[in-house]
Design a protein around this ligand. Structure first.
Ligand SMILES: Cc1cc2nc3c(=O)[nH]c(=O)nc-3n(C[C@H](O)[C@H](O)[C@H](O)COP(=O)(O)OP(=O)(O)OC[C@H]3O[C@@H](n4cnc5c(N)ncnc54)[C@H](O)[C@@H]3O)c2cc1C
Length: 416
């Protein structure tokens, strides 16, 4: 094989794993691997959930990107400006033009709080916060410390969002945190969502809806947030419903990276990259692949998804370069720990076809599914170590592959 030029856009979860997996697979004389990211701060995003409650510090969850990349990978700290797929080249913000044989798009999503009227106006980061980025999570920590009761509203503006369970986890942890501080009895906790239930998938939605009720968190459904008044403390939906708040925790609108929209044929109207469900190849050109939050795939935007995709993607890049048929084996597999407070968590595991079911993961002797347990909470905490030391470096995890395991699952859902 002649020396191939592989360029990966984004050095977050998906870009870093893919680069390291490819480096392990191809020697330096077989492939040159370039990774581009606009900054050198790799954030372990699941840790952002814990920052507002003082359970994690930013310095524990942020590391230099370069240090996560194996030797022999070229890192460009640049903004991607545009991709010209018709001539297999792309432009960086310093004017550099990179040519590629294979391109991997892993630039995730962009938060767009400014798209909701009033959200980033007066009151932003004073009474209206998001914990979806490090600065917001840190600012919210201060606000929660000062919070002394009142109405705390958690709202997701619209789907898709990354980690669709994170806002629910925030509500559960807020309930726990306020009870620990003895001010839960003077706090109304509200969870407002554009969905018709607590979650997207019916069985999990029923379980999570029951948990909200048990914890006396009011669930407001089909609430499409249209306007925020950060001074008056009102969130208004497009159909005119109003929710008063003393503290608003928002998950803002998500879109794709701006360069995706600027690059002819690469993205859809929201800036996400149309991607084949099974192979992760894009329809724009056979040498362009995508993974993670940047895609338009009908599965969760989650690190677990990105990890499973990275395995299939790496194999498919090798097959593409060897002129072999691609493996259409990615089945939409996703799994998520859901913190529920009081040192417990639920675990859900699903794919494109199968919704989260009760049972155990990955086998009958594994972690309990759809059931609160201390073991799952410990699993969530231990995951950070696994992320830095096994997933990002591109190592295999014994017993956990890209395909959703069925061995421990109960096919007949148990209703609670
Ligand atoms: C609060 C929170 C909690 C979460 N909890 C979980 C969890 O418990 N479990 C789970 O599985 N997932 C969780 N996630 C989701 C998970 O973190 C993401 O799904 C995952 O990081 C996606 O990886 P990615 O590579 O697609 O995108 P990212 O990791 O976001 O990487 C994208 C990269 O592209 C770069 N980039 C973007 N545009 C450009 C450009 N124009 N030029 C150069 N670089 C660019 C960015 O700087 C970034 O580094 C959570 C997310 C959040 C926010």
């Amino acid at each position: 094989m002649s020396k191939e030029q592989i360029v990966i856009l984004g050095a977050g979860t998906g870009g870093t794993m893919t680069a390291n997996r490819l480096r392990r697979r191809f020697g330096p004389d077989e492939a040159e691997i370039h990774v581009v990211d606009r900054n050198d701060r790799h954030v372990y995003e699941p840790g952002l959930l814990f920052v507002p409650f003082g359970l994690a510090q930013l310095e524990e969850i942020v590391r230099p990107r370069r240090r996560q990349l194996r030797n022999g990978i070229v890192f460009h700290q640049n903004e991607v400006e545009e991709v010209w797929t018709e001539r297999d080249e792309l432009l960086l913000d310093d004017g550099t033009v990179l040519a590629y044989d294979v391109l991997v798009v892993a630039t995730g999503v962009r938060l767009q709080p400014e798209e909701t009227e009033g959200m980033t106006g007066a009151g932003w980061n004073e009474r209206v916060f998001t914990f979806y980025d490090p600065e917001g999570a840190e600012a919210l920590r201060g606000a929660l410390e000062r919070f002394d009761g009142g109405r705390l509203v958690v709202n997701l503006v619209d789907m898709p969002i990354k980690c669709p369970v994170a806002p629910l986890e925030f509500a559960f942890l807020a309930d726990w945190h306020l009870r620990e501080r003895g001010i839960r009895n003077r706090t109304e906790l509200v969870y407002a969502t554009p969905l018709d239930g607590a979650f997207t998938k019916p069985i999990a939605s029923e379980h999570l809806g029951s948990l909200l009720a048990e914890k006396e968190i009011e669930l407001v459904t089909e609430f499409n947030a249209g306007e925020v008044d950060g001074i008056g403390g009102t969130l208004t939906s497009y159909d005119g419903r109003e929710l008063d708040f003393d503290l608003l925790v928002t998950i803002p609108l998500h879109g794709g990276a701006p360069y995706v929209e600027r690059s002819p044929g690469l993205g859809d109207a929201l800036g996400f990259v149309p991607t084949d469900k099974g192979t992760l190849q894009t329809p724009v050109k056979p040498n362009v692949f995508a993974l993670g939050d940047a895609t338009d795939l009908p599965t969760s935007k989650a690190g677990s998804v990105t990890h499973f995709e990275a395995e299939v993607l790496t194999e498919n890049i090798a097959r593409y370069l060897a002129d072999e048929e691609l493996d259409a084996g990615y089945d939409g597999h996703a799994n998520c720990f859901i913190e529920t407070g009081f040192h417990k968590a639920l675990l859900i595991d699903f794919n494109y076809e199968t919704e989260p079911l009760p049972g155990h993961f990955p086998t009958v002797f594994g972690l309990p599914l759809l059931r609160e347990s201390r073991l799952n909470h410990l699993g969530k905490l231990a995951f950070q170590w696994v992320y830095w030391h096994a997933l990002l470096p591109g190592r295999e995890i014994p017993g956990i592959g890209p395909a959703m395991p069925t061995a421990g699952k109960k096919r007949t859902p148990v209703h609670i």
